[in-house]
Ligand binder design. Structure first.
Ligand code: COI
Length: 356
C-alpha cells in the first residue's frame, strides 16, 4: 500500500470544450509521480500539479529510450460514477514490458492504487459527453545522468490524464490503412510485444508515409518474411473471412497483447462466432478480397476502441472492404465493449473496476 502525498493546484485550469476533445491534446490539473533508486526501491509516491518534469540532459531516457508506457481509460456512467476497464490487464502488461526493458517492476496493487488516486483527485475532468472518456497514460522513464549503455539505476513512474474523444477524426467511420512493404516494426526476439516508446519511434516513418497517402495508419507485416500481418500502428487488427474472425497470433512476440483485442476474442467466443488466432498473410487477405470472401476488417485498441477499416492501400492497389461501411461484427463488438465501459450494459464479463 502506497503512502501517497497530495499537493493540489491553487487554481484549477479552465476545462476544454468536451465536444471538441480529439485525442491527447488536453491534460488535467494533477499528475502522479514516484521515484525509484536502487537503495530505496520505488518511493516518494505523490500527486502534484501537472507540469514539466526537470531532468538532467544526460538522463538515459533521452539517449537510449529506456521508456515504457500504458494506456487505459476512466469512463463516466450515466449515473455519474467513474469506472475503469480491466486495469489489471494493463498493469500486468506494464510489468511484462518492465521485464523486457530491464526496468524494476511496480507491485500491481500499487499501480492500481496510484491510478485510482490520481483519477479521484481529477474526477471533475472525466467527461460526461457521449463517446468521451479520461485517457490514463502511465509511463516510466530512466533518469540516470549517464551515457554508458546500461540499464538505469533510477527511474520516474508518472501517470498523466487526458480527457479524450475519438482517436480518429473519422470517429467510428471506416479508416484508410496503408500496407507498409519496406520498413518493419519489429522482429522476433525484439520488443514488439512490449509497450515501449521506442517501438512507436520506429513506426513513425511508416505512419508518415500513411499520412502522406491520406491514410490514418500503417498495416505492419512481419519482419522476417514480410508476409504475415502483425498489427496496425496504434491498434491490433482483425479480418473476417468467410464468417471466421481472424487475428494474428501472439506467439512470435511481435504483437502487442491488446486489452481490447483480448476482450473481442473473449466476446466472440462467448457468442459462438468462429475466431482464430493464427498467422494471416497479406496474400490471404488480398485473395479473400478478390474472391469476395473478405467480409470486414477492423482495428482494436484502448484509444481507438473498434475502428472499421474501409480501404487498404497496397502499392498501387486499393482494396475497398465491405463497401467502406462498418461491418456487423465490428458494430456488435463496439456496442458490447462500449456498453460495458460506459456502464450502459451490465458487466457480465466482470471487467469493470469502479472508482467511486
Ligand atoms: C492505446 O490504444 O491506448 C495506445 O496506447 C495506442 C496509442 C499509441 C495511441
Amino acid at each position: 500500500m502506497l503512502n501517497i502525498k497530495i499537493e493540489r493546484v491553487a487554481t484549477p485550469k479552465i476545462k476544454p470544450d468536451y465536444s471538441k476533445l480529439g485525442f491527447g491534446k488536453f491534460f488535467t490539473d494533477h499528475m502522479f509521480l514516484m521515484n525509484y533508486s536502487t537503495e530505496k526501491g520505488w518511493h516518494d509516491a505523490r500527486i502534484v500539479p501537472y507540469g514539466p518534469i526537470m531532468l538532467d540532459p544526460s538522463a538515459m531516457v533521452f539517449h537510449y529510450a529506456q521508456e515504457l508506457f500504458e494506456g487505459l481509460k476512466a469512463y463516466r456512467t450515466a449515473a455519474g460514477n467513474i469506472q475503469l476497464f480491466r486495469p489489471d490487464k494493463n498493469i500486468d502488461r506494464m510489468n511484462a514490458t518492465c521485464d523486457r526493458l530491464c526496468v524494476p517492476q511496480i507491485p500491481a496493487e500499487d499501480v492500481l492504487q496510484a491510478i485510482k488516486a490520481v483519477v479521484e483527485v481529477d474526477k471533475d475532468w472525466v467527461p460526461y459527453d457521449e463517446g468521451t472518456s479520461l485517457y490514463i497514460r502511465p509511463f516510466i522513464i530512466a533518469t540516470d545522468p549517464m551515457l554508458g549503455v546500461h540499464p538505469s539505476h533510477t527511474y520516474i513512474f508518472a501517470i498523466i490524464l487526458s480527457p479524450v474523444g475519438s482517436y480518429y477524426a473519422a470517429g467510428i467511420n471506416p479508416v484508410k490503412i496503408y500496407v507498409e512493404r519496406e520498413y518493419v516494426r519489429c522482429v522476433k526476439g525484439g520488443t514488439g510485444r512490449a509497450k515501449a516508446g521506442g517501438n512507436y519511434a520506429a513506426s513513425l516513418i511508416g505512419q508518415k508515409r500513411a499520412e502522406d497517402m491520406g491514410c490514418a495508419q500503417v498495416l505492419w507485416l512481419d519482419g522476417v518474411e514480410r508476409k504475415y500481418i502483425d498489427e496496425v500502428g496504434a491498434m491490433n487488427v482483425f479480418f473476417v473471412i468467410n464468417g471466421t474472425v481472424i487475428t494474428p497470433e501472439l506467439t512470435d512476440g511481435n504483437i502487442l497483447p491488446g486489452v481490447t483485442r483480448m476482450s473481442c476474442i473473449e466476446l466472440l467466443k462467448k457468442w459462438g462466432v468462429p475466431v482464430e488466432e493464427r498467422k494471416l498473410s497479406i496474400d490471404e487477405v488480398i485473395e479473400a478480397q478478390k474472391n469476395g470472401t473478405l467480409n470486414e476488417a477492423f482495428g482494436t485498441g484502448t484509444a481507438a476502441v473498434i475502428s472499421p477499416i474501409g480501404e487498404l492501400y497496397d502499392g498501387d492497389t486499393k482494396m475497398v472492404i465491405n463497401n467502406n461501411e462498418i461491418g456487423s461484427i465490428a458494430k456488435k463488438l463496439y456496442d458490447a465493449i462500449t456498453g460495458i465501459q460506459w456502464g450502459k450494459d451490465a458487466d457480465i464479463m466482470g471487467w469493470i473496476e469502479k472508482i467511486d
